[in-house]
Design a protein around this ligand. Sequence first.
Ligand code: NAD
Length: 371
Amino acid sequence: MKLAVPKETAPGERRVALDPSVVTKLTKLGLEVLVQKDAGGSAHFPDDAYGDVRMVDDAGALIGEADIVVRVAPPGVEDVERMKDGATLVGFFHAHKSTDVVKAMQAKKITSFAMELIPRISRAQSMDALSSQAAIGGYKAAIMGADLSCRFFPMLTTAAGTIRPSKVIVIGAGVAGLQAIATARRLGAMVEAYDVRSATKEQVESLGAKFLDLGVKAEGEGGYARELTDEEKQQQQEALAGFISKADVLITTAAIPGRPSPKLIPESMVEGMKPGAVIVDLAAEGGGNCELTKPGETIEHKGVIIHGPLNIPSQVALHASEMYAKNLLNFLSPHIAEGEFKPDWEDEIIAKSCLTHDGEIKHEATRSLVE
Ligand code: NAD
């Protein structure tokens, strides 16, 4: 079977779906891997690093020849229409935002697997691209906070006096938040963190940070948070305001599956922050946790800098691609035998991550949006 790695076409996307080491592993499993020329260039994998694989110049020719296409960013309708009928496509889709792509896949009987639908179960941890890419976001958020801040993170004792360490507050202690905590701690900051899930208290403390108990708990299904009621939101904001006013850097990562980012930081809370304080709003992709965040922009509001970065993993393109490629390898390889990819439909990871197959929309929430 032929597996193709096209160059990503989404604006600003620097990652590539497979790095050279994973291409070698898939070749050893008997797949013929075709790579588009310069596919890995923006992630600093030059064409010659891919060794003996066939490099193809034209994206249309490459995609049209492949039995399996692997991508990072969601495809466009045109990318799907270039594929062979009945071929397989694996990558991120965010299908609720692109029902036209889902319809195009249905029409061409594409078997599609969405990396964001892989269940968060222990056996699937090594395939979990949401986690691998969120960890990069968390790491980079702490670095961005340090960069935008007018203060040092660590305590410094110098001949010119002693500098107190910065106080960093992280809201949302999921995968990204925990990595932000760990990175801010390594940079020497004093870190406090808050989440509505009680299980996070121990995780936050194990990283040497202080857990802020605001008395609002909102455990949802499957280890996720649920949306807060209006009363809980108010209670949370009142309790949070006092802590936030003392923060030098605030990193927000709060998310609820399938919902816009919860608005946790109103304008009044921003105005109560220290001059020169920084907010890094990792939830910008879903609209932001701060009311004033402008996704993709850095603004200043009454002396507070508010940064709303988008697609952070693309900024760490080499390692993000390596991690994503490992996730793809771990997802595909159990189902490759004698150079053929034959998914085991009894496997819950395959069944739950499948978006479309043989003209049908397999993912229920997407089906109800499209039909
Ligand atoms: P996420 O990106 O959905 O959300 C980020 C964090 O925001 C979560 O910790 C959530 O509790 C928090 N949050 C939501 N609303 C909030 C509010 N109003 N105030 C404060 N915090 C709020 O989370 P994620 O990083 O994708 O992790 C979600 C869950 O999945 C966790 O339980 C995590 O342990 C679990 N997980 C499991 C696996 C696995 O077993 N394979 C892998 C990764 C994550």
